[in-house]
Design a protein around this ligand. Sequence first.
Ligand SMILES: *[C@@H]1O[C@H](CO)[C@@H](O)[C@H](O)[C@H]1NC(C)=O
Ligand SMILES: *[C@@H]1O[C@H](CO)[C@@H](O)[C@H](O)[C@H]1NC(C)=O
Ligand SMILES: *[C@@H]1O[C@H](CO)[C@@H](O)[C@H](O)[C@H]1NC(C)=O
Ligand SMILES: *[C@@H]1O[C@H](CO)[C@@H](O)[C@H](O)[C@H]1NC(C)=O
Length: 461
Amino acid sequence: MLETKKPLIRSSGFYVRMRLPHNARNNRNLQKSFCYRCFKWILWFSISFYFFSSFLITSNKPTPSLSKTTISHFREARALIEEQPLDSSAAFRHHLKNPGDSNILKGMKVYVYDLPSKYNRDWLSNERCSSHLFAAEVAIHGALMSSEARTLDPWEADFFFVPVYVSCNFSKVNGFPAIGHARSLMASAVRHISSQLPFWNHSRGSDHVFVATHDFGSCFHTMEDMAMADGVPEFLRNSIILQTFGVKHKHPCQDVENVVIPPYVSPESVRATLEKSPLDGRRDIFAFFRGKMEVHPKNVSGRFYSKRVRTMIWRRYGNDRRFYLKRHRFAGYQSEIARSKFCLCPTGWAPWSPRLVESVALGCVPVIIADGIRLPFPSAVPWAAISLTVAEKDVDQLGKILEHVAATNLTSIQRNLWDPEVRKSLLFYDPMLEGDATWQVLVALSGKLDRSHKKPRVSIQ
Ligand SMILES: *[C@@H]1O[C@H](CO)[C@@H](O)[C@H](O)[C@H]1NC(C)=O
Ligand SMILES: *[C@@H]1O[C@H](CO)[C@@H](O)[C@H](O)[C@H]1NC(C)=O
Ligand SMILES: *[C@@H]1O[C@H](CO)[C@@H](O)[C@H](O)[C@H]1NC(C)=O
Ligand SMILES: *[C@@H]1O[C@H](CO)[C@@H](O)[C@H](O)[C@H]1NC(C)=O
């Protein structure tokens, strides 16, 4: 290809590497068959050892002695392993349920740009940057850095991740993230990468991945009317955006290839809450909500906070003893979620909210009141089986609806909800876990490989 012929700053290394395979091929084949034989023996030995040791430890819960790569490379052994009712650890079960998972990613490779620190690392000096509800931009970056899907060789990459943190410029006045600078920071990052390396120009950005975690995602504005008027910045329209915002109808803020991701909730905080809360099924709060509920919402350019849904809930159920409604912040609210049967997740300015993730993670049935919301990772999370959806217009029927569910299928919804795989898929772990939120992002990207303009290496010469 013409563009790639021009030597780049770092290209000499690639030329050497690309020629190498020709001369080394015979050697490689010899090595390969030798290695293959070795591997076969090692594998045979480890499988025998596994069964021998699990036979010895017949009591509860031996840790699996087969590594996950061994399992996925040698599926013929799977049937045997599946018959062993020995291990009940969630991770292991998951492998047996989805033995091909390691292949779901199809060997996909992601290159993570090494940007100057003003685009990302500098912001971390504020601790909140990596823990607040928009922190998925930090978490995904961190998880990718140590992930097996990462490649250090951009020529090998299917996708390019551009790590810009735009949600950490906290206002000195109210503490909220100011995102007025987001567009220019993103634009500057794009100028930087397109001047340094050829990959942005190759694909016009179509295989480049960005994160936009605030209210209206890639529109980078906190107010919907302004966000809609501005739309997705021109320079990002050809790329892939991972965003918390998603609706089923047409909307200017998702007029771009996108993946809906969950808002960030620290797995550590969830773990700490679960440790403190006795999860013996005793949930003494029937319906829970804590958060902003305006009694008289202001008309902000034709829109009312929460489309008045929260106001309706407050007016109708504020004095109802089944409802535990609080309008003030409280640091220990996760423990309240762990005590609740139903957790209300009404729309705010944007339809999504971190409550959804916290409810799922803590086993409280989310009651989604946000018409048309598009939920994250529908292929991994069976939303219809683990949550309830109530139309905004039916919010005054909430009491009746929840009573009906409590009397009929609450137990089965709770059972579906308490699946460790479901809860894991909405949390960003570091390092990434198979099946967690970053993993789900990679799965979603692997469905978009056709956008990758990866040039075959042989075409260089
Ligand atoms: C952070 O936000 C403030 C207020 O919106 C803005 O004046 C400032 O330029 C931003 N900082 C950066 C580094 O972009
Ligand atoms: C990519 O295109 C831009 C605009 O046409 C140009 O300024 C830049 O030098 C190109 N980048 C590379 C690495 O060739
Ligand atoms: C809200 O304000 C807009 C003007 O900003 C006005 O056109 C509209 O009628 C108002 N709506 C209500 C219900 O007051
Ligand atoms: C539970 O019942 C409600 C109300 O009848 C229904 O809408 C919902 O789909 C049911 N959920 C499950 C998982 O059975």
